[in-house]
Ligand binder design. Structure first.
Ligand code: HEC
Ligand code: HEC
Length: 219
């Protein structure tokens, strides 16, 4: 009897926590957390689409576990970034969870017309994305990030439609070691094999791929 009451109470708690998450996340995104953290939308856009030229990434529809991990990584310093570190560490655990739930459930915003790269750079980007350079032990990006960079599961983020500025910032951050939050150093090893010309080409190529939701929607 006691067990049943406790079990029922726990179920209600879990259910209400799950329900409360996303609306609380919306409040943080739109108004900040009331304890010094600015509204996310000031930089990431009202629809979570980001700001391409400024290197503010799209958050809308990114996997929930990936978003949460990034917020934790900005906090623990394994992803060093002067802008996001104070934001992420100013949130409580529950707030990080709520805002990750909110953004992962937002639809992908309509994108401005994509600029398809042309010529030799486009060819270089396409080759890196689909074939890599096996002679240097560089795997194709799509092996982990999915066809045309749509993302795979909860831990391999989409690259499609993120801005070239943001994508190249991240590849350089891995090269320089300011971002070292990748499991098994997968991305540090990849980025270390890219030249400046590779980074420019692959970033432009993925920025021109349409973003789509690759994951099954959560029930
Ligand atoms: C002052 C501008 C600014 C504000 C406010 C801001 N961000 Fe960011 N955010 C950035 C920048 C810049 C980056 C890219 C950092 C980098 O290059 O590593 C970023 C990156 C991120 C990422 C990583 C995305 C990815 O694809 O890996 C997440 C997650 C994120 N922000 C969540 C948030 C949340 C949640 C809030 C609100 C609580 C917020 N941000 C508020 C500027 C901002
Ligand atoms: C062996 C698997 C693997 C391969 C191959 C790979 N990646 Fe990644 N990539 C990852 C993982 C895992 C992450 C997420 C790391 C984390 O948790 O922050 C990531 C993240 C990224 C990000 C950051 C996205 C964001 O939203 O911040 C960029 C940019 C990126 N990869 C570009 C590339 C490019 C370009 C290539 C090909 C040249 C490539 N990756 C090949 C595993 C891989």
């Amino acid at each position: 009897m006691v067990f049943r009451i406790v079990a029922a109470a726990l179920c209600t708690l879990v259910a209400s926590a799950a329900l409360a998450d996303a609306p609380y996340g919306a409040t943080i995104a739109q108004q900040g957390n009331g304890h010094g953290v600015a509204p996310c939308m000031a930089c990431h856009g009202a629809d979570g689409g980001g700001q391409a030229a400024a290197g503010f990434p799209r958050l809308a529809s990114l996997p929930q576990a990936y978003l949460l991990k990034q917020l934790q990584d900005f906090t623990n310093g394994s992803r060093a970034n002067a802008t996001m570190q104070p934001v992420a560490s100013g949130l409580s655990d529950a707030e990080r969870e709520a805002v990750a739930a909110y953004y992962s459930a937002l639809p992908i915003p309509p994108a401005p017309p994509l600029l398809t790269p042309a010529g030799a750079d486009a060819q270089r980007g396409h080759t890196l994305a689909t074939r890599g350079r096996w002679e240097e032990g560089l795997p194709a990006c799509e092996q982990c990030h999915g066809p045309a960079g749509i993302g795979v599961g909860e831990h391999f983020p989409p690259l499609a439609g993120q801005s070239a500025v943001y994508l190249s910032n991240e590849l350089r951050a891995w090269q320089q070691g300011s971002r070292h939050n990748d499991p098994l150093r997968l991305m540090q090893s990849v980025a270390g094999k890219l030249s400046d010309a590779d980074i420019a080409a692959i970033s432009a190529w993925y920025a021109a791929q349409p973003a789509v939701v690759a994951r099954e929607p959560k029930s």
